[in-house]
Design a protein around this ligand. Sequence first.
Ligand SMILES: *Cc1c(COP(=O)(O)O)cnc(C)c1O
Length: 378
Amino acid sequence: METFPPQIKPESWLVSAGRAAEPGAPLNVPLVPASNFLLGAGRSYARDDGTPTWEALEDIIGGLEAGKAVAFASGMAAIAAVFEQLPTGAVVALPDDCYQGVVGLAMAGAERGRWSVQRLPVDDTEGWIRACRVADLIWLESPSNPLLAVADLEAICAAPRKPGAVVAVDNTFATPLNQQPLDFGATVSIQSATKLIGGHSDLLAGVATTRDDALWHALRRSRELTGATPGVLEAFLAVRGARTLALRLQRAQENAMRLAERLARHPLVTCVRYPGLPSHPTHAVAKRLLKGFGTIISFDLRGGAEFADRVCRHVRLIRHATSLGGVESTMERRAAIPGQEHLPPSLLRLSVGIEDADDLWADLDGAIRAAATTDPAR
Ligand SMILES: *Cc1c(COP(=O)(O)O)cnc(C)c1O
């Protein structure tokens, strides 16, 4: 495993990590489609032992978080592997605002009697600190989806824990460039590499990173036994995406800040949630803990769900699509998604891409104006 040299910056590591050093070797990480390997050198079967392409992705992300990473078939596969470690009857603390797949997984396990789930507001730091003493899995997601609440990871990760308890942080929205959960003391940090790491909406992959050797082995074993292995092309594309992560993130979060400020002044917008805005309820924590405020904005519109749907139909440059973290901006009304009906009906989640900020604003403002002038009865 290649280790991150202390004298270089994460931006340089993202570009250089995982490459071969031998003269004559390909400069880029090779795409190695292999289920099995010639015996005698330690690696025999991909599901058990990994492949050079998966390992490059693991080296890149693991190095960024100064831990050891395991790559999975998707973010959910990585998350499921963490949940799978829980003993029967465990207590799980889960944020009230949380990726719907994680809520679904936690609730399905609770229904089957595998564990019980306690939900807590993301910003209830005292509540989380209390939960650390009783829960076996403290699951945090920060910034959260889609309300962009930032948890005080520094305080929560430092709190005394029940012996053996795992603090897991879904770091997908921040990426390891904006936030390092393991440095705060989290046990494991999760990335859906489908999002910003891949960055082009063309793959599914996940990565779990830890400094706990026993947990790393357990996650490897879980991947081996459940078969939640990344595809070779997906791993190759995730490595390709990671090379430009720093540039894409920087550009997209600059765009996001500009759009959030303009949305906050828009007469037809009633609420803008972006951790970079001083009006955001967890702005102070975000400023203290995050190196950047991220690429996701959620906002509510005057005029309700039907109006918000019309805005989605009028955007052109911004694509009406789910998911996030791609070079292209995407937007959708989250309460339209099964299981998300508790959200404000007009809430639009905007994943800001790397297009020109003025072009994005013209598209968004134009769509809001067009929706406002369309006869709702038609
Ligand atoms: C997308 C996402 C996941 C799940 O990742 P997949 O790669 O789709 O399985 C988990 N957490 C967050 C915050 C996400 O945005």
